[in-house]
Each structure stands twice: as C-alpha cells, then as structure tokens.
Write a protein that binds this ligand. Sequence first.
Ligand code: GRF
Length: 200
Amino acid sequence: RRVGVLISGSGTNLQALLDHTRSGLSSAQIVLVISNVAGVKGLQRAQDAGVATKVIPHKNYKSRQEFDAALTKALEEAGIELICLAGFMRILTGEFVRRWRGRLLNIHPSLLPSFKGMHAQRQALEAGVTLTGCTVHFVSEEVDCGAVVTQEAVPVLVGDTEDALVERIKTAEHKAFPRAMEMVARGQVRLGEDGKCIRI
Ligand code: GRF
C-alpha cells in the first residue's frame, strides 16, 4: 500500500512509521510526507529516509476547503492509498474525510473516547486517572471519534508531570501507530459501512 503521512511538527511518530516500513516485511510503503508548516523536523526525517516531501502551508489558502483540496490533489498525484495523520494539527473538512473514508488514520494521545481534543495528557492528569494511553483510529467527521484500530495503555505515575506523561505516551504511540498502519495496509482491519471496524 502506498502511504502518505501528514505532519505539522517534530515527527517522532513519522520516524516510527519510517523505521517500521524499512524493516522490509511491511505491506506499507511511505511515499510522501506533507507538512502544513515549513522547516519542521519531520520534513528532515523524511528527507533522511529518502521519502518525497511537500510543504502545503494552510495560510496560502483562503478556506479550509481549498487547503484540503490541495492536500487531496497532492495525495492523488502520488497515488496514495492510505493516509496517516502523525501530529497534523489541522482539522480536516467533511469533504476530505469522506473522500478518504476508511483510508485515513489518526493517532491521539489518550484512550478514546476519553480525553478528546487538545492537551489530552493534561486532561488525564487533571481527571486523576491512573491509566491512560494512545489510540489509532479511522478518522470520521467528528473530531477524535472514529472507529478504534488499536490502543496502548500507559500508566499515570505518582508525581507525574505533563511532560513526563507526554513522553511515556509517545513511546507507546511509536508502537501502536506502526502496528495499526500494518493491520490496515494488510487488510486485517477495515472500516465497515456502519462506521465500525471489521477485523479478520
Ligand atoms: C502525538 O502526541 C500525537 O498523538 C498527536 O500529536 C503528537 C505528534 O507528535 N496527535 P510527533 O510529531 O509525532 O512527535
């Protein structure tokens, strides 16, 4: 499967996906990395791995619709079959989500449906839970709501800071995202008509 990864920042999850596909046994091949922000570390990671990159600054577009249309055009031109959102900090339009239905994965730093939205790790600390984690899910039109592909649990430790928890969850993300990408690329999990995952 030809995979495109969308990023906005440091790209540690992108790195985990790249490392996974380099193992040679993967059904996923990352062929394009798109960032909406120029100069971010994730773009360098892609270049170092010999993967094509493209910067599509959202500020150059008058509307979300036009920005998303530019994304779709670049993804289509590259023959992308599966998209991984790896720290991509833009909300996508319904039109984009429908165009890529069942082919669009996101990673979120909590055990969904808990702690949707921004600062999920801080939300977990404030809620006082002792277990949180990360979720890879198919993207649906409602933010952080699509069908769960896979999750990893992470303990919240006594005296945890937000930074410490962010880092611990990231380590789990770097296992969960390659696993989810692989499962979807192999067709072991797909999105059913009812919005739920079909697993074989
Ligand atoms: C991750 O925590 C991910 O869950 C969230 O954005 C962060 C991206 O980090 N959606 P990185 O750029 O992969 O290091």
